[in-house]
Design a binder for this molecule. Sequence first.
Ligand code: WTA
Length: 630
Amino acid sequence: MNIKSFEEYREIYKQSEQDRLKFWEHEAGTFYWRKSWEKVHSGGFEKGDIKWFEGGKLNITENALDRHLNTIGNKTAFIFEPNHPDSFRRTITYRQLHEDVCRFANVLQEKGIEKGDRVCIYMAMTPELIISALACARIGAVHSIVFAGFSAQSLAERIQDCDAKMLITNDGLRRGDKHVPLKDISDEALESCPTVKNVIVCQRTNRDIDWKEGRDEWWHNLIRNASRNHKAVEMDAEDPLFILYTSGSTGKPKGVLHTCGGYMVYTSYTFRNVFQVQEEDVYWCTADAGWITGHSYIIYGPLFNGATGIIFEGTPTYPDPGRLWEVVEKYKVTHFYTAPTAIRALMSYDLKYVQKYDLSSLKVLGSVGEPINEEAWHWYDDHVGGGTCPIVDTWWQTETGGIMISPLAGVTPTKPGFATLPLPGIFPTLMDENGKEIEGNGVSGNLCIKHPWPGIARTVWGDHERYLKTYMSAYKGYYFTGDGCRRDPDGYYRITGRVDDVLNVSGHRLGTAEIENALDEHPNVVETAIVGYPHDIKGQGIYAFMICEKTPEDPKAFKKELHDLVTKIIGPIAKPDKIQITPGLPKTRSGKIMRRILRKVAADDLENVGDTSTLLDPSVVDDILKGEAY
Ligand code: WTA
């Protein structure tokens, strides 16, 4: 059942406070379990031994697909909208999706993939990506989807980290007017990935590709003779479902692990209540399935609820900046969920691109991935929503599995820039510098969560210590989000952004250390410090301060070399926007870079650079202030 009114929200929130376990047990009871759980919940943040619905047996694809066959088998599960509006588009019913997933599950098993094996998926945003993920879930293999904008080296690192046995990819993809040769990139990555024995290639661009006999096989050949009957493998609620790599403050990206039962209950519950999607609605989340938003709110959450979703292969500005609205009009989209960066990008074009289309089908607008500034919020509200669609500003993270703080559409009164209130069963708190909870309203602090919820990540793949250190050690007994937050006089939450060394560039998470390490590979670079700075469209831009061996003769050519290097090591999303060459970096006596100072310089907030007396060499700051970025 959905929460229908603000009073009801308050009431249910109170009930969840009084008895968390009863609340979540009730939600879990709405699913099909082959065997019910023995214990609702055990473990906690301190040891990171969190379990939900332990002993319960299920396969989550039976809840996403099989369960719907007798009721809504002929309903559209997905509408596929290709990169170019004139290319082939198609719709897939729940029955067809079930059949495709069963066939591909049989293919995976024939190729020797078993429960617990890791399968890497590096694909275009097409139905086959989703079929691949669901087929893994059906046979109990752990999927690791890698965004198809990452480089060969990033792909290889992710495959190596989880010892994936198989890679599923495309020959290539088109994103806007760009072509990305996914198979070539995969071939390069696989040179250093001996664990991958099979590569399944799904045809998308029909370009020439290299072929490794014995390793590579075409999707269409394998699927042709596969049976459409498949008995889903029984999983324990706490068996792994997927790994998704995400950036942190330090080191390489970490493989966040989600498990079957809790993730299912949590994504389904949050999807239903936040978006309030009705039977006939058409829901469109514009994310890529390579990010958590795609996992939880394109694939899993909507399917558990029998919704009709759109799989969009394209970009907001191709062939022109009216593309998203053209799709809304074409399919009479009712629920539209995107990132502020897309809104800001589209705001910079003529309004005629929005006004040209009939957007009257829209009922609910969503925002995710980064703080939404008030200007973007109002533009979204006025020009897309026509002033009549509630905006759900949904705060959450890869690690939380699903939405944590958000208005419920049409239920929670909204305020521009505010994620508003926590969902029932979620207990946020703000912490002060001394590690104490800050009481009352009209306060700011670091955002923590008090009690485990079913969707929380259970570990970092292969490195439980890192999981404990990253999330559970800053405040004992709490989950630390890494975000700063304000609670206004009405008790509404406004997320102010990361307080650690993680950047949020166009809604993508990037670690400063990762980018620094990539740039340091350049022979002329001695040391780099990366900070974020306010950027009109990206939210945050990437600013690199760097010490060079010799001053580059041609700064433009040097910047291009650095861009190529970052593109090769990480991917184009991590290219620095600005580069400033400096004779030194501001370091404390213990050798730590004082990023606070660099952030002020990057933001052009030169009056507020603050105290520099604890620096090893305060004169460095003068040099930096005199310097210039290009
Ligand atoms: C940020 C994306 C403000 C935040 C689902 C968080 C947001 C990080 C919002 C997680 C929001 C996400 N308002 N900030 N509505 N949603 N963030 O793991 O800094 O890619 O910690 O998950 O994005 O990014 P991730």
